[in-house]
Design a protein around this ligand. Sequence first.
Ligand code: ATP
Ligand code: PRP
Ligand code: MG
Length: 325
Amino acid sequence: MSDTPLVLAVPSKGRLQENAARFFSRAGLEVVQSRGARDYRGRLAGVPGVEVAFLSASDIVAQLASGGAHLGVTGEDLVREEIHDAEEAVELLTPLGFGHANVVVAAPQAWIDVRTMADLDDVAADMRVRHGRKMRVATKYINLTRQFFAGHGIADYRIVESLGATEGAPATGAAEIIVDITTTGATLAANALKVLDDGIILRSEANLVASLRAPWSETARAAARTILTRIAAEEEARTMRELTARVGALDAALEREIIDGHGGRLPFGGPDERGLLTVHCPADRVFALAALLTDNGAEPVTVRALDYVFRASNALSERLFTRLG
Ligand SMILES: Nc1ncnc2c1ncn2[C@@H]1O[C@H](COP(=O)(O)OP(=O)(O)OP(=O)(O)O)[C@@H](O)[C@H]1O
Ligand SMILES: O=P(O)(O)OC[C@H]1O[C@H](OP(=O)(O)OP(=O)(O)O)[C@H](O)[C@@H]1O
Ligand SMILES: [Mg+2]
């Protein structure tokens, strides 16, 4: 038990596969498939105690919920839909900036009077009273649909489970409206459907997710610490820039302006013995901060991107280990 390995679940197909692979490789986590591409287990080069499981995005959710995987990359839509007690079962450690998609309620464009969920409620009541049948909603997001419709006080409807090509359901007569995921909107448009104004159920993206039910052995914890440290180091480096400037002295007013005015940090403290000051700041503050420094007599100011910023502790590890206790 104390040496149970950490199982890291990685998308092996579908929309998330490529971006997930790029995400791990940027963080210096090289996934090695042990024996040829048909082997669905692998490891992480140089990180002991890790077993990589290659699974579909929805299988990853199932493994995280049951504790068959410790960490995984998957869509928040699937976590919310498929884990009824998501708050207890998993911890969403961080959104990853890819796999963006909205789960939406969409109706035929031809329903020109229907723009909102309230309008939809009227249609549903009308169908029920006048035709004696319930409005049908085609979807694979059954739980998200039920919660969202209940939240809008809509009860006169029936779900028609759809496992693919959901957008086609209104045209074929299988349902009146749909709930599905969309990114560009191209599939909805091609099927003459429109998203209701207040019909966005969830704005989803890929997340790094931890299972709270997996066997968190000492080995698994140590591996998680290594993995999360690298991910956090890469994330901080990617979002920050490093400015170096000869400032001579650093007065309190300038220091306050760097930190409070521009979200800067002084990772190594004040200027060194040569008067060189190192500042880290969010990428979008670089020009303003460079101007501030030159206005204060610093010359020259150089700026560079970083590969990693390693720290003894990071938000990801803290969130995980706080939840694990
Ligand atoms: N345009 C999109 N359409 C669908 N999913 C998307 C889109 N963009 C990002 N995603 C994310 O990708 C996840 C997995 O979708 P995808 O259909 O690619 O998986 P899959 O491996 O094909 O699995 P399945 O066989 O169950 O469909 C979605 O749940 C969602 O979080
Ligand atoms: O808004 P868009 O950019 O057009 O993307 C949305 C479409 O993409 C997904 O299907 P996918 O291609 O994953 O096929 P699937 O239904 O077989 O999973 C989703 O189910 C939508 O149909
Ligand atoms: Mg798919």
